[in-house]
Design a protein around this ligand. Structure first.
Ligand SMILES: *[C@@H]1O[C@H](CO)[C@@H](O)[C@H](O)[C@H]1NC(C)=O
Ligand SMILES: *[C@@H]1O[C@H](CO)[C@@H](O)[C@H](O)[C@H]1NC(C)=O
Ligand SMILES: *[C@@H]1O[C@H](CO)[C@@H](O)[C@H](O)[C@H]1NC(C)=O
Ligand SMILES: *[C@@H]1O[C@H](CO)[C@@H](O)[C@H](O)[C@H]1NC(C)=O
Ligand SMILES: *[C@@H]1O[C@H](CO)[C@@H](O)[C@H](O)[C@H]1NC(C)=O
Ligand SMILES: *[C@@H]1O[C@H](CO)[C@@H](O)[C@H](O)[C@H]1NC(C)=O
Ligand SMILES: *[C@@H]1O[C@H](CO)[C@@H](O)[C@H](O)[C@H]1NC(C)=O
Ligand SMILES: *[C@@H]1O[C@H](CO)[C@@H](O)[C@H](O)[C@H]1NC(C)=O
Ligand SMILES: *[C@@H]1O[C@H](CO)[C@@H](O)[C@H](O)[C@H]1NC(C)=O
Length: 406
C-alpha cells in the first residue's frame, strides 16, 4: 500500500513545536506540546508544513482545540496521536464557527482531507460532550458538531484511536475514497440525566470504498449508517452496544435528490441493547426524494436484547396513510440477511423480523438464510412480520405470511 512505503521513508530529526512556533528547518517528525491556550493554530501549522511528515502529539499531552480545524488538502501525512486532542466546550464559539454541511444540517469541529494520510497512535479524541448533552436538553436547535469529518480524502487510515463523548455523530466520511478505520473504541457516556443523543459511530456520505473494522462502540444512535451515495463498503468485526444498529439510510429524504447505496457488506457484528440490528430505512410520502438500495448483505450478526433485530422500513418517518398514498420512491433490491442469531428485547413482543415495504415491487429479491432469532421466552415462538415483500432463501418457508405479498 502507498501509505506503508511512504511511512518507511520517514526519518527523524525530532523537532518540538511549542505553541505556535514551528521550526522552518524541521523535517521528519514534529512534536506538539500544549500551549496553555488554543492549540489549534499550532496543530494546523504543523499539519500544513510539508517538512513535518509526522506530527506527534505525545502521550502526556492534551491539545486544547478552541477553534475550528480546516486540515484539508494534506499529502503524505502521519498524525501520530499518542496523547489527547480535546475540543473545548465553548458552545457560543462553535455555534457560529463549526464547519457546516447542508446534508442533514450537520456541523463539524474538524475537516481532515487530502491524500495518503494516517491518523493513529493509541491516543484519544475527546468531544467534551457533556456540556453539549446538557445544553441540548434545554435547546434542541443547538448545532452540535461531529468530532471528525474525513472530507475529500483518498487513501486515509484512522486506527488505534479512542473517541469519547462526541456532541453529535463521532465520524462522518464525506466525499471520501479508500477510507479505512480499524481498532477504534467509541464511547458516548453522559453523567447527567440528559442522554448523549445522535451520537452515531460512523456515517458515510458520497463515499466509495470504505472499511470500518475491529472496533467497539458504545453510543446512543446508529452504530454505522450508510447515507446517500455510499458504495462498496465493508463493515466487519464490530461490537455495538446501546445503539440504533447498522443502518442503510435514511434515504430518499430530500425532494429532487437521487440516493444510491450499493455493494455493502456488514459481517461479524455483535449487537447488544440496541433499538435495531440490521436495518434499511427509506422515506415515503409527499415531497421526498428517490433512490436505489442494491446488493446489501448483513451476515454473522449475534444480537442480544435488540428491539428490531432485522428491519426494513420503507415508510420511515411517514404515517401509514401517507405511505399508502405516496409510497417510497427509494427502491430496495438484492438484500441478504444471513446467519443472524440471538434475542430480541420483547419490545415488539414475539416479532423478531419486520420487513415493511412499499407496494408494487419496491422491495425485490430479499433473502433470509440462517435466521435463528428468538424473543424473550414469555412471548413464545418467534414471529415474522412482512408487507409487500416476497422472500427468498432457505428460511423463507418458515416465515409464514411473509411468503406472500400484500
Ligand atoms: C479549508 O481550507 C481550504 C484550503 O485552504 C480552502 O480551500 C477551503 O475553502 C477551506 N474550507 C472551509 C470550509 O473553510
Ligand atoms: C438555541 O440555540 C440556537 C442555536 O444556537 C439559538 O439561536 C437560540 O437563541 C437558542 N435558544 C435559546 C432559548 O437559548
Ligand atoms: C488498539 O488501539 C488501542 C488504543 O486505543 C491500542 O492500545 C492497542 O494496542 C490497539 N490494538 C492493536 C491490535 O493495534
Ligand atoms: C475483532 O476486533 C477486536 C478489537 O475490537 C480484535 O481484538 C480482534 O482480534 C478482532 N477479531 C478478528 C477476527 O479480527
Ligand atoms: C451497554 O449499554 C447498556 C444500555 O445502554 C449500558 O447499561 C451498559 O453500561 C453498556 N455496556 C458497555 C460495556 O458499554
Ligand atoms: C448520487 O449519485 C448519482 C449518480 O452519480 C447522482 O445523480 C446523485 O445526484 C447523487 N446523489 C447525491 C445525494 O449525492
Ligand atoms: C458493485 O460491485 C460490482 C461488482 O464488483 C461492480 O461492478 C459495480 O460497479 C459496483 N457498484 C458500484 C456503484 O460501485
Ligand atoms: C455485491 O457487493 C459485494 C461487496 O459488498 C461485492 O463483493 C459483490 O461483487 C457485489 N455483487 C454484485 C453482483 O455487484
Ligand atoms: C455465523 O456468524 C457467527 C458470528 O459472526 C460466526 O461465528 C459463524 O462462523 C457464522 N456461521 C457461518 C456458518 O457462517
Amino acid at each position: 500500500m502507498l501509505l506503508r512505503s511512504f511511512l518507511t521513508r520517514i526519518v527523524p530529526p525530532v523537532v518540538t513545536l511549542v505553541g505556535v512556533t514551528a521550526n522552518p528547518l524541521a523535517s521528519g517528525t514534529c512534536t506538539l506540546t500544549a500551549s496553555g491556550s488554543d492549540d489549534a493554530p499550532a496543530f494546523l501549522k504543523a499539519a500544513a508544513d510539508p517538512s513535518c511528515s509526522t506530527v506527534t502529539i505525545p502521550q502526556s499531552t492534551t491539545l486544547n482545540i478552541a477553534s475550528r480545524l480546516n486540515m484539508t488538502g494534506l499529502a503524505n501525512k502521519h498524525i501520530n496521536l499518542e496523547g489527547t486532542v480535546r475540543f473545548s466546550p465553548d458552545l457560543p464559539y462553535w455555534e457560529g464557527n463549526a464547519f457546516s454541511f447542508p446534508f442533514q444540517e450537520s456541523f463539524t469541529f474538524w475537516l481532515l482531507g487530502g491524500s495518503n494520510i494516517m491518523l493513529d497512535g493509541g491516543g484519544t479524541l475527546d468531544g467534551a460532550g457533556q456540556a453539549w448533552y446538557d445544553a441540548f436538553a434545554k435547546n434542541s436547535s443547538l448545532s452540535r458538531p461531529i468530532i471528525l469529518t474525513v472530507y475529500q480524502a483518498t487513501d486515509i487510515t484512522v486506527q488505534n484511536i479512542k473517541m469519547i463523548n462526541s456532541p453529535m455523530w463521532f465520524n462522518l466520511v464525506n466525499e471520501g475514497k479508500r477510507v479505512t478505520y480499524r481498532n477504534i473504541t467509541i464511547s458516548a457516556a453522559t453523567t447527567s440525566k440528559n442522554p448523549a443523543k445522535n451520537t452515531d459511530g460512523w456515517d458515510t456520505y458520497r463515499s466509495d470504498n470504505v472499511i470500518i473494522a475491529d472496533s467497539n462502540i458504545d453510543n446512543g444512535d446508529d452504530c454505522v449508517s450508510f447515507k446517500p451515495n455510499s458504495t462498496n463498503i465493508l463493515v466487519s468485526n464490530l461490537s455495538c452496544n446501546g445503539s440504533h444498529g447498522i443502518s442503510v439510510g435514511s434515504l430518499g429524504q430530500y425532494a429532487g435528490e437521487y440516493d444510491i447505496v450499493e455493494n455493502v457488506t456488514a459481517t461479524n457484528i455483535r449487537m447488544s441493547n440496541a433499538q435495531n440490528g440490521a436495518r434499511i430505512k427509506a422515506w415515503a410520502g409527499k415531497n421526498v426524494g428517490s433512490g436505489i438500495v442494491k446488493n446489501i448483505t448483513f451476515e454473522g450478526f449475534v444480537e442480544t436484547n435488540v428491539d428490531n433485530p432485522v428491519i426494513i422500513d420503507q415508510c420511515y418517518m411517514t404515517s401509514d396513510s401517507d405511505c399508502a398514498k405516496d409510497p417510497s420512491n427509494t427502491y430496495i433490491q438484492d438484500v441478504w440477511f444471513n446467519n443472524i442469531s440471538g434475542t430480541s428485547s420483547g419490545k415488539e413482543k414475539a416479532v423478531v423480523v419486520d420487513l415493511s415495504c412499499s407496494p408494487d415491487g419496491r422491495c425485490s429479491n430479499v433473502n433470509v438464510n440462517g435466521i435463528t432469532l428468538s424473543p424473550p421466552s414469555k412471548y413464545g415462538a418467534a414471529s415474522y412480520s412482512c408487507q409487500n415483500v416476497e422472500l427468498s432463501g432457505n428460511d423463507a418457508a418458515n416465515f409464514g405470511t411473509c411468503k406472500t405479498t400484500g
